[in-house]
Write a protein that binds this ligand. Structure first.
Ligand SMILES: [Zn+2]
Length: 181
């Protein structure tokens, strides 16, 4: 749950997925947290509390379930977008959430009871590189990723505008050829 870092990744994904609306990419980058909220509302997931033994977020933030949700999201995106590539890229964006969380958890600088991410279900090892164990890591991870992602997004938008302007300037017969490439 590295709030701004996921936003940065969602924005940056526009560079490799120009066909997918940026809102969908950002939602994809947060998808595992959305699943967590739904499961928490249903009573399946709980916030880890100090002194309470138990593996948190196994249904959405374990490596195994993150992979399952990513594949499912990718299949839905491929079906909606009617392209395998769209599904693969969207699935990777959803899985990026786990990668970012793996780098940042346990984030004890902002959430002391955090024990890391489970690999699969209850009783499995808890993992994480712990970048957010220190406030410096929190600021660098959150604002650094957001700044980088925003920059990549702005450059990707400019590139798309340039390409569509070039395509519009081509004769009609060439435009058809361009779309096939
Ligand atoms: Zn999360």
């Amino acid at each position: 749950m590295a709030g701004l870092a996921h936003l940065g990744v969602g924005l940056a994904a526009k560079r490799i997925a120009p066909q997918i609306p940026v809102g969908c990419l950002v939602l994809g980058a947060y998808a595992l947290d959305v699943v967590w909220c739904a499961f928490a509302a249903a009573g399946l997931e709980q916030y880890p509390k100090a002194g309470v033994v138990g593996t948190p977020a196994v249904w959405d933030h374990s490596l195994f379930m993150a992979a399952v949700w990513s594949v499912l999201a990718g299949l839905v995106a491929a079906w909606i977008g009617r392209k395998t590539r769209i599904g693969v890229v969207f699935g990777l964006v959803v899985f990026s959430h786990w990668v970012v969380d793996f780098i940042t958890h346990p984030m004890t600088a902002v959430f002391p009871p955090d024990t890391g991410l489970p690999l699969w279900f209850h009783g499995s090892p808890l993992v994480g590189l712990g970048l957010y164990r220190h406030m410096f890591g929190v600021y660098a991870g959150e604002f650094g990723t957001l700044a980088l992602g925003t920059t990549v997004y702005i450059l990707a938008r400019r590139r798309l505008k340039r390409m569509s302007a070039q395509a519009a300037a081509l004769p009609v017969s060439e435009q058809g050829r361009h779309e096939c490439l």
